[in-house]
Design a protein around this ligand. Structure first.
Ligand SMILES: NC(=O)C1=CN([C@@H]2O[C@H](COP(=O)(O)OP(=O)(O)OC[C@H]3O[C@@H](n4cnc5c(N)ncnc54)[C@H](OP(=O)(O)O)[C@@H]3O)[C@@H](O)[C@H]2O)C=CC1
Ligand SMILES: O=C(O)[C@@H]1CCC=N1
Length: 431
């Protein structure tokens, strides 16, 4: 993510809270190591001066950065202050930090003062400033990430995936793989003949995939050897062993994807010895082209790799790119969410039957009502509360039904379900 029109030379690093430590307790080399390790997590870099100009700016010969147009004694100029405040507000609006960022001031004049302003507006604790300034002009900015030279070179050298001919392999022929494969084939984005998988214990899975037209091998190794893009779709509890077993046959020419809940990119990359990884959290409505997915790119996944995965999952629903720290919450909401709605549909149908409707009609009405309400919320862009009010007439039927739902704690229960699922995702990532 790059913010246009902002030229404060400050790098903002959103870090997962588990990796936070007080930079003031670190020495310079430790700080640098930390930055290298987490370069993929950097999603904002405010730096606009071209490299060749920066050299002269550092020497004090020219001054290209509005924020640095200060008087020596009085700190930031009024123009600089206003610009910094605007930048800080833009950052706040994007909700990138929410109190979990570090700030690394650059070599330009008054960087710490600008950093203080950005920090205070974004609720970033002062102790999360790096203790030394950064030569922002020498930053390697790669898409949304600022990486070290090694990483940048690895990204630059990554062999492109042959977009028109690549094969897609699933390691784990389960329900999620089936939903993705069915959706991808149905959308026409990839013919079944270019999809591979292998069955594990349950032999009935062979027929499920063969009937779609997917090539089913006997072993995972064969899937890897015949695929350019490999999706790990086994349960989180076994993903480590499965990746480790396949590490010897994985090639850097391949793009790896994981859909496993609660399994971090850093772990996946370590097990695979392979940083060209993308983590995705889809959901089973992928099977009918209505998935809600998010993705996050690993250290050396390229922009094109991201586009390929966005294209695949975009063909089977909607996909958002998010900071990986949001994955557990996403898993709780959209990963697990279809199950809550299936439960709601079943319960609504039961209610209809209890009120005297035939079962088929009750289920049909329940399904269409959920579909219609979701579609209306998206298409009108109205707040769901407003749409709810539009249904509920004074003293009418709807408000009588809502009253019962509220008495039973409907909203709180749904919220708790999502929070509990997110917590379980976090537990899985820590186990
Ligand atoms: N289901 C969902 O709604 C969603 C699932 N996910 C994620 O997708 C992943 C898969 O979940 P899901 O499809 O539901 O689970 P399933 O149990 O349906 O699928 C897992 C598959 O992995 C196979 N498997 C187990 N061990 C191995 C192995 N060593 N080598 C190859 N295959 C193996 C299993 O085969 P067998 O049964 O024969 O052992 C099974 O077919 C999970 O990590 C989950 O977190 C993500 C989003 C939504
Ligand atoms: O229940 C699970 O663990 C998986 C992850 C998201 C949806 N199902």
């Amino acid at each position: 993510m790059h913010v246009h029109g902002i030229s404060t030379s400050i790098a903002i690093f959103p870090f997962p809270s588990s990796t936070r430590a007080k930079p003031t307790n670190l020495n310079r080399s430790l700080e640098l190591k930390l930055i290298d390790r987490h370069c993929l997590l950097i999603s904002l870099a405010f730096s606009t001066t071209p490299f060749f100009l920066a050299k002269f700016e550092t020497m004090g010969i020219i001054n290209t950065n509005p924020v640095s147009k200060t008087t020596v004694d009085n700190g930031l100029s009024e123009v600089g202050k206003k610009q910094t405040v605007r930048s800080a507000l833009a950052l706040k609006e994007m909700r990138v930090c929410k109190g979990s960022c570090w700030i690394w001031p650059s070599i330009t004049q008054r960087p710490f003062q600008a950093a203080e302003i950005i920090a205070s507006i974004n609720g970033i604790n002062h102790s999360y400033f790096f203790s030394f300034t950064l030569s922002a002009r020498k930053l390697y900015v790669y898409k949304s990430r600022v990486c070290n030279k090694e990483t940048q070179e690895a990204v630059a050298m990554a062999t492109p995936i042959p977009i028109d001919t690549f094969n897609l392999g699933f390691i784990g022929a389960g329900k999620m793989a089936e939903s993705i494969a069915k959706g991808v084939v149905k959308s026409g984005v990839l013919p079944a003949s270019r999809i591979r998988t292998a069955v594990h214990n349950d032999a009935s899975r062979k027929e499920v995939f063969s009937s779609i037209g997917v090539k089913v091998f006997d072993t995972n190794k064969e899937v890897v050897e015949d695929s350019n893009v490999i999706i790990f779709s086994v349960k989180p509890q076994v993903v480590k062993d499965v990746v480790l077993q396949l590490t010897p046959v994985l090639s850097k020419k391949q793009l790896l994807v994981s859909v496993a809940a609660g399994t971090n990119l850093s772990e996946l990359q370590e097990w695979a010895g392979h940083d060209r990884f993308i983590r995705v959290m889809p959901n089973t409505p992928a099977a009918v082209g209505e998935a809600a997915s998010v993705m996050s790119l690993g250290t050396t996944a390229t922009k094109e790799d991201g586009e390929l995965v966005a294209n695949l999952f975009g063909a089977i629903g909607k996909i958002w790119t998010v900071n990986e720290k949001l994955f557990d919450a996403v898993t709780g909401l959209s990963g697990s969410g279809p199950a809550y709605i299936f439960l709601a549909i079943d319960a609504m149908a039961d209610g209809g039957v209890a009120a005297g409707l035939p079962r088929d009609l009750a289920r049909g009405l329940a399904c269409q009502t959920v579909l219609g309400a979701a579609s209306m919320t998206i298409k009108t862009g109205k707040h769901p509360g407003q749409l709810k009010d539009d249904v509920a007439s004074p003293g009418g039927t709807t408000i009588a039904g809502i009253h019962e739902l509220e008495k039973g704690g409907f909203r709180g229960i749904l919220m708790n379900a999502i929070v509990a699922a997110a917590k379980r995702g976090r537990e899985l990532s820590q186990s």
